[in-house]
Design a protein around this ligand. Sequence first.
Ligand code: C2E
Ligand code: CA
Ligand code: CA
Length: 739
Amino acid sequence: MRPEADVLAGNALGQLAFSRPPYGSSLPFLAESPARVLLVDDEPRILSSLGELLKGRGFVLTSAANGIEAIQHLNQEPFDLVILDLRLPDMSGHDIMDFMNTRQTGANMIVTSGDREIEAAIGALKRGAYDYLRKPYSPEELLKTIDNALKQRRLQAENQHIAGQLESSEKKYRYLVDSSPDIIYTLDHQGRFTFINDRVTQLLSFSRDELMGEHYSVLVHEEDLKRADYVFNEGRGDYRRSRNVELRLKSRHPDGEPRTFIHELMRIPVDADQTTPLRETSQREQFGIYGVARDISERKRADELIAHQAYHDILTDLPNRVMFKDRLGMAVLQAKRNNVDLALMFIDLDRFKLVNDTLGHGIGDELLQQTAARLKACLRRGDTLARLGGDEFTAILPELHDRQDAVVIARKFLECLHLPFQLAGQSVHISASIGIAIYPTDGESIDELTRNSDIAMYHMKAEGKNGYSFFDRSMLDASYQKIALEHSLRVALELGQLEMYYQPQVDVKTRRIVGAEALMRWNHPERGFLGAGEFLPFAEENGLIIPISDWMLEAICLDLREWNSLGGEAIRLSLNLSPQYLDRGDFFEKLRSALALHHIEPSQIEVEVTENVCIHNPQTAIEQLDKLCQLGVSVAIDDFGTGYSSLSYLHRFPIHTIKIDRSFVMDIQDDGSQFPVVLAIISIAKGLGLNLVAEGIETAVQERYLENAGCKTMQGYFYHEPLSQKRLLELLLSQSITQ
Ligand code: C2E
Ligand code: CA
Ligand code: CA
């Protein structure tokens, strides 16, 4: 190598290195396009004969007469082949090859030289020359070498292309695997992670690096390890693929809750050489696991919630009717098997509706929640408390030694409800009626037990509430009686067995009748004359009160019309209005048209409503009562002081009269004492400018006390019992005569 050339070459390369190469590391060779060939030789003769030789053979030819020219060309455009003379005036061919190698031009090189020294050839081949041709070479030799070089280059280009594609597709798969919503992993035959995608970091806060090489037990939730061992190991012989293996995985997220995954597993052969001694691998194939784990925690939670809601009451979280039936069924089976008794309790709150209507549903709900909590606290493990709806609860007490066990629980229930409930700043008192049915005496099926505990509960209600009652066969008769009663009440309505009676209201000073309250009677063919209290509450329960009230309206109008036609002094009739009837919203229209039809002055009518009616559906009630007032009908509050309501409604409701309830009047038994409730009611009425009627007067003492307190209108057996219309008319007639 010549020293000058080295210096020159260094300079030349140093300068040229600044220009940007037109190609990168990849081979620009395309099979279809003509091969670009650079011819480098300082002998013009050789250069031109080379050009002649290659012309017309489908090459794109470029010539360079020295090293600098050659490098300039190489810097400017890509070549597929360089035919290079090793001996150049300005630098050696080796330098050009070095340049090409550092730039990774990728062109194939055929080196020619007249040099006989073997070093030159070795130096060229070391630098990656495709071939070395010693000058002089034959044209055929050159053409063949060029052809081979280009063929090799084409192959090389194709390989590189494929490799590039492979690389990008691997990236693609890698990307797909990492961005999969599932955790994808492989385990070797010893259960150690050999691959796990990035999703594990996002879902569980474990990094893939810390998991690689670790046993799966670092990730599987402790309680699921046994199952994991089974599916990953023992079960392995049985399957190639197993689906839907549910395993919880640990999470390092702040909530710390393990997450539930559905795993799909596939057995895969593992590279045995790396993992096991030869002796074993030759005996049997080694299998690892390829697993895809899908996070189903959310779905699982939702499923659990739905399942919970299907079997629980949303308000109290107690088992609902469905679960109650299920539990009772199980308890009955068990009792049968163990030959023991079982108690079913039916618990119904007394006066719950009143609280609900008075204080609002929000408070009512809270009362039910508190009740549920208190009742639950009374039970033993293994007992079930359920809410069937409304204010109805049931308790299943399995493994009963004797009835006394049930009594103890029933008493506990009643006692725990005894303490007042604090609701929205008010203390509310409630009680409950409990019916108890015992398996197997009172029934062997769940339906029978439920029905009979219900009957016992109703029995308790009828007996005065706030207590418990065991079911008894005789109660069945009573409930059959009820069914019979409903039937006969319908018949009564059709056959005209109902009749209106009238209890006069008298002016205490003059003892003259100033009005009368209409009270219904049932002329029962077998049971005789029944008071309203004996069948109307029942009619309220089964809805018959509606047609009965329709009938009452008509009957009263007819009776009043008859009195009016006699031309006597106009009296006022009070009629009792069922809450349901007022609730329906068409009462006003019905009354108005009935009055018009029978030419009755609205001022002759007073409707009596109880306090509860005013609160039940206040809007409808107010509207209708307002309209009644405008029409001229007056409104009385019946049984005043016994209801739940506060005094506030007295302002909101259009009221003319307050009736002092018979229970307060009954208390008045001697002249000497004071009866503050009665006095309070009277002063309220006076304060609001309302009329007062005292109800249920039976003694002169009661009359005197009330009269002195300022009450002017009286009603009660002391004056008159409820009378038939005929009898009332006679009384009124005689009164007008004595006027
Ligand atoms: P109420 O409105 O409080 O009626 C007064 C009840 O007390 C009547 O009972 C009456 O007969 C009774 N009574 C009156 N004076 C005395 C007395 O001095 N001593 C005693 N021990 N009792 C007396 P009745 O007729 O059985 O009515 C019971 C309830 O049935 C009534 O209570 C009323 O709420 C309802 N009712 C009665 N008739 C009708 C009706 O036609 N329609 C509707 N919707 N309800 C009615
Ligand atoms: Ca009344
Ligand atoms: Ca009353």
